[in-house]
Design a protein around this ligand. Structure first.
Ligand SMILES: [Zn+2]
Ligand SMILES: [Zn+2]
Length: 364
């Protein structure tokens, strides 16, 4: 076991505690990655607030990039020195859902409490989301990582682990958008901006961003939205119909966890349209809709985890599109912080103003 620094959650709702923890060497099929960057996602904040339960103490963090520093046996050809992004998608590769091309909903359980992490005292420490990337190193399955060019800055690369693949993947994979379709994106935060650029990349005709402030709608336009609608107005879907020439959307992408967004999403749909649920409400939150409308108009509501991504297939083309100037990454980062500042960075993300805050391990 090696000693590394990590931000540990000791009690839900409390600030994370920077402490020394122990990490095991990589086992069969695993690699150790020394992290250079980890982004803060709303999912980390939901976990740390206790919204989804889970074991404590725990190390969160799941949008990371770094360099492989040790390799276990049978680690898929990865080698020390490879630059990689680290995701939370610990797919087994052989269960029925993995084998049918849906690794984000792998059926094989993985016990994160028995993972590679221990407290300095040797007690159980949860490797939350099979990742535990609010730490200087992670030990993960080789199936969770994708090799990236050495020249791609790690802070930008870290965004590809979750926010970018979730948003772009929802538009391209889950919604299977065709050129010319009309899209409404509810929420213009970290995932929403990526859903917007995913819709743009897929060739959407009109992309209507829906959010609470003019400032966020302006940012949405920079990412490819053609129209903005303030969610704070009464019956905001009517403004969206107007933007779409009097009809509803072919696809509605719900990128926030707020229940009013789920309750209202079907109202934006046109005939035959489908709403994709991407944001993650808290456990126990309920939504209501009017089923007869969906039945009569041939509409659907579909859940999408992590953009239905296949990381080995999708991350490489997203990197190419970035290098060609067709996918924005630089503009997604609103702040860079040291690990010691993680609670401030989380607070900044929680306030809703930030796009993505990134922790840089070599900073301060
Ligand atoms: Zn995330
Ligand atoms: Zn599987």
């Amino acid at each position: 076991m090696q000693t590394i620094k990590a931000a540990v959650c000791r009690a839900f709702g409390d600030p994370l505690v920077i402490e020394d923890i122990l990490i095991a060497p990589p086992g069969m099929g695993e690699v150790e990655v020394t992290l250079e960057a980890v982004a803060i996602c709303h999912s980390d904040i939901s976990f740390a607030s206790g919204a989804w339960g889970g074991h404590l103490p725990a190390v969160y963090g799941h949008e990371a990039a770094g360099v492989i520093s040790a390799v276990g046996e049978g680690a898929g050809g990865f080698k020390t020195g490879d630059c990689v992004v680290v995701t939370l998608i610990r797919a087994c590769g052989s269960c029925p859902t993995c084998a049918s091309g849906k690794p984000t909903i792998c059926e094989t359980p993985y016990n994160t409490v028995d993972g590679p992490l221990r407290t300095a005292e040797g007690e159980a420490l949860d490797q939350a989301m099979a990742c535990g990337a609010f730490a200087e190193k992670v030990v993960v399955s080789h199936r969770q990582i994708v090799k990236i060019p050495e020249t791609l800055p790690k802070d930008l690369a870290s965004l590809l682990s979750c926010g970018v693949i979730t948003g772009v993947g929802a538009a391209v994979n889950a919604a299977a958008l065709r050129p010319g379709q009309d899209v409404v994106v509810i929420g213009a935060g970290g995932v929403g901006l990526n859903a917007i650029q995913g819709a743009r990349i897929a060739g959407a005709r009109r992309i209507v961003a829906v959010d609470m402030t003019e400032e966020k709608l302006d940012i949405a336009m920079e990412f490819g939205a053609t129209h903005g609608v303030l969610a704070s107005q009464k019956q905001p879907w009517k403004a969206a119909y107007k933007a779409l020439g009097g009809r509803g959307a072919d696809v509605v992408l719900i990128t926030v966890g707020a229940i009013p967004a789920y309750d209202q999403a079907p109202r934006y749909l046109g005939r035959g349209g489908k709403a994709i649920m991407i944001g993650m409400p808290h456990t126990g939150d309920m939504s209501t809709y009017e089923p007869v409308v969906l039945a009569a108009l041939g509409q659907g509501i579909i859940g999408s985890k992590m953009g239905d991504v296949v990381i080995q297939r999708d991350i490489p083309w997203m990197i190419d599109l970035y290098e060609q100037g067709r996918l924005k990454l630089d503009e997604l980062i609103s702040g860079r912080w040291a690990l010691s500042q993680i609670n401030e960075a989380i607070e900044d993300t929680r306030s809703g103003a930030a796009r993505r805050n990134v922790i840089l391990f070599n900073k301060g």
